[in-house]
Design a protein around this ligand. Structure first.
Ligand code: PLP
Length: 333
């Protein structure tokens, strides 16, 4: 086995160049109500505004842009909790290659419908991301498809890291970035860029209480397997893969804190964004807002905090049910 080389800041700049024709910069909005409520300046990085509805568009485009003509001729495959599958389907269509997306039966209907509508082949295999991953390996052997991994690949990590370059350009005196943590591609990329630029910039990962594989693995010092359980933050489900090479090391090295968040706090964050900013975001994005609202992250007055609104692919009915209990109370001070 060749020794793995962790991606570098330079790889993120290269990713930025390669995705530029396909990936638009996303807005960084100052949330006046959240800032007013906390005394800090709280910004929302609107990664749910990509055409695929989530930041995974960056990593998927960067990965597929690196493939050879031969690989593109054969097609690509991936396993996904949904958003990466959507992004790969869309990127495959842009690059004129076919995509087979393998998902577990936990994926919400909205995400399955989205993948099918993009012309990709959807395969529902088993009840966990790890089972979907095994099936992808099988497709590589039998059909010669190239796997585009959802997080544990330098091209994916570098692609997601371009979010941090955009943040630094607009808000060079950022103090802390908060994002949902699952496989760790998102926070590996962001933390790598932030720590390479200024070690004082903090990065915090938030996950749901039940089934937070990276969080538990960090605590144990080795990769764990947990049963997937229903959560509002379904995009944060999934294991770290049996042969994790990059994200566990990078998160271990760079992430300052990992915090578990209860379900009602996730729903409250989604409700807050709906009520105050009139945007629909999924639980994996609302979780960052809830973490601030319910005091899981104590912010210092006068600091600059960025919350990553990572995606918006949620069943509208599920969204409406989740936020219902929190709409009546006045969330604006
Ligand atoms: C994938 C995803 C995450 C977590 O990203 P990882 O790279 O797996 O840690 C967070 N939010 C949304 C919306 C996602 O799709």
């Amino acid at each position: 086995m060749p020794t793995k080389v962790l991606p570098s800041l330079q790889d993120v700049w290269k990713a930025r160049k390669s995705i530029l024709p396909f990936v638009s910069r996303t807005p960084l909005l100052l949330s006046a109500p959240l800032s007013h409520q906390t005394g800090a300046s709280i910004y929302l990085k609107c990664e749910h505004l990509h055409p695929s509805g989530a930041f995974k568009w960056r990593g998927a485009v960067n990965s597929i842009a690196q493939l050879t003509k031969e690989q593109l001729k054969q097609g690509v495959t991936t396993y996904s909790t949904g958003n990466h599958g959507i992004a790969v389907s869309m990127a495959a269509a842009k690059f004129g290659t076919k995509a087979v997306i393998c998902v577990s039966n936990h994926i919400p209907q909205a995400k399955m419908d989205f993948i099918r509508s993009l012309g990709a082949e959807l395969k529902i295999v088993g009840s966990s991301q790890d089972e979907a991953e095994s099936y992808c390996n099988h497709l590589r052997e039998t059909d010669g498809l190239t796997i585009v991994p959802p997080f544990d690949h330098p091209a994916v990590i570098s692609g997601q890291g371009t979010i941090a370059l955009e943040i630094l350009e607009e808000l060079p005196d950022v103090n802390c970035v908060v994002a949902g943590l699952s496989g760790g591609g998102l926070l590996s990329g962001i933390s790598l860029v932030m720590k390479s630029s200024n070690k004082e910039i903090r990065t915090i990962g938030v996950s749901m209480e039940n089934g937070a594989v990276m969080h538990e693995s960090l605590n144990c010092g080795h990769i764990m397997q947990l049963k997937e359980q229903p959560t509002f933050a379904d995009s944060l489900l999934g294991g770290l893969g049996e042969t994790n090479q990059y994200t566990f090391s990078l998160i271990n090295k760079y992430l300052d804190r990992s915090i578990l968040i209860p379900e009602q706090t996730i729903a409250k964050g989604m409700a807050y964004i709906y009520q105050n900013h009139h945007m629909i975001v999924e639980g994996a994005a609302g979780i960052t807002v809830g973490a601030i609202l319910d005091g899981f992250i104590k912010v210092k007055k006068g600091t600059n905090i960025v919350l990553i609104l990572s995606g918006c692919n949620v069943d509208l009915k599920a969204h409406s049910l989740a936020i219902q209990p929190y709409l009546k109370e006045s969330l604006i001070l």
